[in-house]
Design a protein around this ligand. Sequence first.
Ligand code: GLU
Ligand code: ZN
Length: 501
Amino acid sequence: MRYSVSSNAQVRVRFAPSPTGWLHIGGVRTTLFNYLFARKHGGKFLLRIEDTDTERSEQKYTDDILSSLKWLGMEPEEPILYQSKRFDLYKKVADDMVSKGQAYRCYCTEAEVEATREQMMKEGKKPMYARTCRNLTAPPTGREHAPFAIRSKFPLTGTTSFKDMIRGEISFPNEDLDDFVIIRSNGVPTYNFVVVIDDIEMKISHVIRGDDHINNTPKQMYLYAALNHLAPPDGDAPKVPMFAHLPMILGQDKKKLSKRNGETSTNAYREQGFLPEALLNFLVRLGWSHGDQELFSMQEMIDLFNLENVQVSGAVFNTEKLMWIAGEHMKKADPTRLLKIIQTDFGKCFSGVSLPRLKEPLTIELIKHIQQKVKLVKEVAEQLHPLLEKGVMPVDSSGLKWNKDADTKQKVKNGIESLIELGRKKLLGNNSLAEAGVGHADIDGILRGICEQHGIKLGDFTGPMRLFVTGQATSAIGLFDLLPILHWSDIEERLQACLKA
Ligand code: GLU
Ligand code: ZN
């Protein structure tokens, strides 16, 4: 059996997650490839929530999928289709297949089906449904009122093949394929069945999904043929989408990525402070390449993405590379946007401090410096927080060099006193030196002048000051940049604490 491929003009792709767990990072990679393919070809990216498993599907997981996609900037462009709202339709389509002889009622109990499978395995055969009910014309005696499943009447001979856009031709001998269930005896339709009904209705042109679905594809091909009449009348028939099966994402141990060998939930990356564009850049390289380019903007991904360059073998999740990519995107991020993200996502890091304490341009100025040295938004927040704290901060001065040299210590303290005085003079009634027009270069000159005057080395002078002003021995933002920006009253208080050390 060979079905011709859709010649739909418009590219329409979808992401079809089951809301039975937090959005998996692999699902984001699938979404990204679909999304890029749609953008590149001027098509549409759609979302379908595959929530037929009413016991395991939960609203909180659907909410997580939606909020994560929003965060990542890949939102569906048409109303979301929820499978749980369509059970009546699925049942009708199945009944219709039964009446046309494309499917049949199976009255076997689960125990019976399982017993035959076990028997086949014992005989060294591939376990399958024995097709017991395939040719029944009525329910077996005694089972007239028993529950029944509906099975596809899959062809017994020939082959089913399709041309995978990544792997090329893939063929399956039909005799190896089961008369798979389309509606279970409890009335719940199966994935393979509803996926086809919905992909037809949504006019999906390309199915781009994980390669764990390759073995499902021939079953779906059978249904495309059987359900051809459901295809919308516009365009050419028969309509079967093109398929592209993406390689699995593997952990560093080369096993399928799982909680055990990596973080799999998308939200965890957001909570750690990854920028969405960094995560997407990292994910686009999991299975796709463009020469040896590692860094991509969204626009570059859209321009360069193609399915031809998707690899067949599994893609290894390399955390070190993720961190490097995160740092590169952090450097380029708009600091005003970083401040917004800090306010919405990392407010917790700011307990006791109100962000508007500094005028916004000065906060942005701090962020501009910090973002060059860190990789995660959370780190920016953590670096920013102590700087915005009022007055003195707790420090551990036991590591300071001057502890071993009382003479230098005194000279440095004298220098700090000079700086306090000079600062006050330059402030001209403003909150910060920056507002009074004093910048990095001026501070550089002032500090060097003081060192000369007191006969001290610049490093000996700035060491204790950095510790007391930033609260850290090494800081993401240099002292020369910091002194003009913070409220001079806070700097003074911190320097006074330094004098008492
Ligand atoms: N619900 C399926 C999954 O999450 C969808 C597979 C498909 O795209 O057809 O794997
Ligand atoms: Zn049966």
